[in-house]
Structures are given as structure tokens and as C-alpha cells.
Design a protein. Structure first.
Length: 273
């Protein structure tokens, strides 16, 4: 008997029953393992193609750094898969480090792609582009720090992305950064590409393909905003709304994870064509 007006957030207490967690624990490990393997192959092929014919690429330094960031992201998938399947037994420090590196790679991609869309700094690897690369990676690391602070180990064996209250200032900061870099920034540059002829020409020449890296994360960023509204009580919190939203958020995160394989593959196929 499920009372749809029941507002308790305890998923394990009747009448609320969260069916997403068992599904997640069963599906996530093989999905992450397969994604990691495909990402390794696609990134290796992209780097080999880049090394053999650098002059054929539009922005070789940008492509190389995007490949590096996706490789970093993919390298985190095996320990996460093992933690989901067998429990996280490495402690809070490694859990927070994993989430720090996870978001560092994502935020670095956001800043790299944005810089590539707004100028020609990545046309060659010179002192100017090297300084820009250092600045962007350092900025991404700073912006990813709140992700490490809000993550932690729950129930003694689960590395979770949020171990603080939904209204904790550090989580609100982290959520704001995610929305700015993974939702507002891609949306803003897409509108700019539609409105400004110079941006449209750049996208027609292939720059838009780099947004595949971030476009896959837009639904997840929107999902984080919806989760905040539900958990903060700004939307009516019913059993049904939480259970359906858990599934939607999990699917959107899975879609985002695919970027580490589909992004390099998309760039490689575009170059081959």
C-alpha cells in the first residue's frame, strides 16, 4: 500500500520503497566497466591519430587536453564500480579524492571547450596556449574543491557524492558551480552560436563537435537542480516523485558518463570523415 501523499524521506520505511537502489547496484558496475573499456580504446585511438597527423586537426592542443581529461575521468570508473559492487572500504579520504578528480576532469573540459569556442588560442602549442592551459586546469581544480568537501562515506561502505545537508552552504556552492559549468555555459554558448555569425561559422567548421563532451551532462545538471528543489521541500515531496526522480537522475548521470567514450570517438570519426 503506497500512500502518494506520504512525505517521509525515509525510503526504506513503509509505505515508501525505493526500488532504484537495488537496480543501481546491479546495473552500475558492469556499465561502468564497459564504459571504461570503450573510453580507453577511443581515447588511445584519438591520441594515436593526433600524434601521427597533428597538422590535420583544427586545434591539436585542445583535442589533446580533452583526451587527457576524459582519460582521467575513465580511470576513476573501475574503483567506483568496485565500490558499488563490493562496498567502499578505502575510507573517506580516497572517496573525496575520487570525487575531486571526477569533477576536476569535467570542469576542465567545460573551460577548455568554452575557450576553444571563443577564440583561436588553441591553434598551436605556444607560450600563450601553455599559460592558458595552466590557468584553466588550475581554475577547474579550485572549482572542483567543493565537490570533495560535500562527498563522503555513508553507511560505512558507500562513497556518495553528497554527505552533507541539502541546504549546507558548501553544497549550495557546489550545486551552483555545476549548474553554471554544465548547464548555463553550454546553453549560453549554444545561443551565442545561433545568434552570432562568427560563432556559427566556427561550429560549421567542426567546433560544435567538442560540445559532445558537455552536452551529455546537461540533463544531469538539470536533474541536480530538480533534486535540490525536491529535497529542500520547494516541490511537493511524495514517494512517487522521489522514486521516479531517482531513476531519472541515475539515467542522466549514466548518459553523462558516456561522454568519456563517445567524446573521443566523435572527434575521431569527424576527423576521419
Amino acid at each position: 500500500n503506497t500512500d502518494t501523499n506520504y512525505t517521509s524521506l525515509d525510503y526504506d520505511a513503509a509505505p515508501c520503497h525505493n526500488r532504484f537502489c537495488p537496480l543501481f547496484q546491479r546495473v552500475a558496475p558492469p556499465f561502468l566497466a564497459a564504459t571504461c573499456a570503450s573510453a580507453a580504446l577511443a581515447t588511445a585511438a584519438l591520441l594515436v591519430a593526433l600524434a601521427r597527423s597533428r597538422q590535420a586537426w583544427r586545434w591539436p592542443p585542445l583535442v589533446a587536453q580533452l583526451a587527457t581529461s576524459t582519460a582521467l575521468f575513465a580511470a576513476l570508473l573501475p574503483p567506483l564500480a568496485a565500490g558499488i559492487a563490493r562496498g567502499w572500504h578505502l575510507g573517506t579520504g580516497p572517496c573525496r579524492l575520487t570525487h575531486l578528480l571526477w569533477h576536476w576532469s569535467l570542469f576542465a573540459q567545460a573551460l577548455l571547450v568554452a575557450s576553444g569556442s571563443l577564440g583561436t588560442a588553441w591553434a598551436r602549442w605556444d607560450p600563450r596556449s601553455r599559460r592558458l592551459a595552466v590557468a584553466l586546469w588550475a581554475a577547474a581544480l579550485i572549482l572542483a574543491t567543493p565537490a570533495a568537501l560535500v562527498s563522503g562515506v555513508a553507511a560505512g561502505s558507500s562513497c556518495v557524492r553528497r554527505s552533507v545537508a541539502i541546504l549546507a552552504p558548501v553544497y549550495v556552492l557546489h550545486l551552483t558551480l555545476c549548474l553554471c559549468l554544465l548547464l548555463l555555459l553550454p546553453s549560453g554558448l549554444l545561443l551565442a552560436a545561433l545568434a552570432v555569425p562568427r560563432f556559427r561559422a566556427s561550429w560549421a567548421a567542426g567546433a560544435g563537435l567538442t560540445w559532445l563532451f558537455l552536452g551529455l551532462w546537461v540533463p544531469y545538471a538539470a536533474g541536480l537542480a530538480g533534486e535540490f528543489l525536491l529535497q529542500a521541500g520547494l516541490l511537493e515531496p511524495t514517494c512517487g516523485s522521489f522514486q521516479h526522480f531517482d531513476l531519472a537522475l541515475g539515467l542522466s548521470e549514466g548518459l553523462g558518463v558516456l561522454h568519456c567514450g563517445l567524446g573521443p570517438l566523435g572527434l575521431l570519426l569527424a576527423w576521419r570523415c
